[in-house]
Each structure stands twice: as C-alpha cells, then as structure tokens.
Ligand binder design. Structure first.
Ligand code: FES
Length: 145
C-alpha cells in the first residue's frame, strides 16, 4: 500500500516539473532540447489523407511533431514541428508560417527557415511521400539497428 502512495507522489512531482518546463524555464536552458530527443522520425509515420494538406498551405501534425506543406498540387514538404529554439512543438500555422507558442518564433512552412527569433536554425526537413493514398513521413523502412 505504501508503495502505491509513493508512486503517486512521484508522478505528481513529475507532472508539476513538466508544466514548469513549458514556462519561462524552457527559455533559459538550451539543454532543454534534450527532453525532446530526436526531432525527426526514425521510422515511417502515416499521416492520413494527403487531401488534408491544403494546396498552397500547410498542416500541423502536433502529435507526430510534424509539419507538412503543399506548395503545389501533389507536391509535399515535411519538417519537424519542433521549434529549434528550445524544443516546443509549434501550435498553429498563420500566413504560411508555423508559430511557436513558447517564445514566438516563426518558421516558413515551405522551407523550414526561421523567419522570426529567438530561433535561428531552420526546422529539419523530413522525407515525405504518398503511399497507397496515404501521406507518409520519415525514412522508408525502419533502420536495421
Ligand atoms: S521554444 Fe522558444 S521560440 Fe520556440
């Protein structure tokens, strides 16, 4: 019984720490990037119908931490949706710019370029293609390792 309550206390602490990480603290430590791990997928990620990405626009896949834009019909570009400043996931797309909710960085959805700081590094590009009518991002097959 006592073991259970200990675990609950630990979980509560972790949740609080996580919430704090989203606030001002995220700005002060570049090493916070570490919490996000690898910003790009290491295996194929199915994103659903390519029609969900507007032609001339972009769609955010926050759960998958990806951003897909469609500069022309049938042409797709994907990027990590994880801000290169301190690792927050972009929250919306406005005027074909991905917006970071943490400190206001903006990224071009067709090039990944940082348009507004504090981020200066572009979003890493991710391979993307249509396979059997489904948009798939990431490397073709899982690496052998
Ligand atoms: S994490 Fe600071 S602007 Fe995105």
């Amino acid at each position: 019984m006592s073991g259970q309550s200990t675990r609950r206390t630990v979980l509560k602490g972790a949740a609080l720490a996580g919430a704090a990480g989203l606030g001002v603290a995220a700005c002060s430590t570049e090493s916070k990037l570490g919490h996000a791990g690898v910003p790009t997928p290491t295996a194929p990620v199915a994103l659903g119908s390519p029609d969900e990405v507007p032609v001339g626009g972009a769609k955010l896949y926050r759960e998958q931490r990806l951003l897909v834009s469609c500069p022309a019909k049938g042409e797709y570009k994907a990027f990590s949706a994880q801000c290169t400043h301190a690792g927050c996931v972009l929250d919306k797309i406005e005027d074909n710019e991905g917006n970071c909710p943490c400190h206001g960085s903006r990224f071009d959805v067709t090039t990944g370029k940082a348009l507004k700081g504090p981020a200066t590094v572009p979003l890493p590009a991710v391979e993307v293609r249509v396979e059997d009518g489904t948009l798939v991002a990431g490397p073709k097959a899982a690496p052998s390792a």
